[in-house]
Design a protein around this ligand. Structure first.
Ligand code: HEC
Length: 135
């Protein structure tokens, strides 16, 4: 959950960094399933998560609390698991990714439509009934 909510924006749910932000940062977000990242030791991964990487897009996440440190160690374990992540896990993370207000609105409109609580729209244009309701 923590990864999907805070890290996937740049690193991707699969850790490969192929997100719009991740691949366009300079330096870009690395493929964390590859040897370069997996070859770092646990302490190095922990320290990067806690302190960030200076002059890059990688923020420091540590707040110096023991709860924060525990979260960071859990993220180290999670990063170790990334190369073995299953499709099921990736699908589950997708439901936990933050979404923009616009995406939320679209999802709601779709739900309303499917539940029959909103008049259907044709090509994004409200139908005459729907338009009347807004007056
Ligand atoms: C705003 C974008 C962004 C977010 C959000 C972000 N990162 Fe990063 N991260 C980066 C970039 C860019 C790098 C590469 C830095 C470099 O080139 O040294 C990086 C590097 C790393 C590395 C080092 C990988 C390596 O091989 O050197 C780790 C570990 C890491 N991030 C963990 C995390 C975790 C855990 C989170 C969530 C708590 C997170 N990152 C959130 C952008 C981000």
């Amino acid at each position: 959950m923590h990864w999907a909510d805070h890290c996937a924006l740049c690193h991707g749910n699969d850790g490969k960094g192929m997100t719009e932000i991740g691949r366009n940062l300079y330096p870009k977000a690395p493929d964390m399933t590859a040897a370069a990242t997996q070859g770092l030791n646990d302490g190095e991964l922990f320290s990067i998560i806690k302190n960030g990487v200076r002059l890059t897009g990688m923020p420091a996440w540590g707040d110096n609390s023991s709860a924060g440190d525990e979260q960071s160690w859990k993220l180290v374990l999670f990063i170790r698991h990334l190369p073995m992540a299953t499709q099921e896990e990736l699908d589950q993370m997708r439901t936990m990714n933050p979404i923009s207000p616009m995406e939320r609105q679209e999802a709601k409109a779709e739900d309303d439509f499917l539940n029959g609580t909103e008049a259907p729209t044709v090509g994004g244009t409200p139908t005459p009934t729907a338009r009347k309701e807004h007056r």
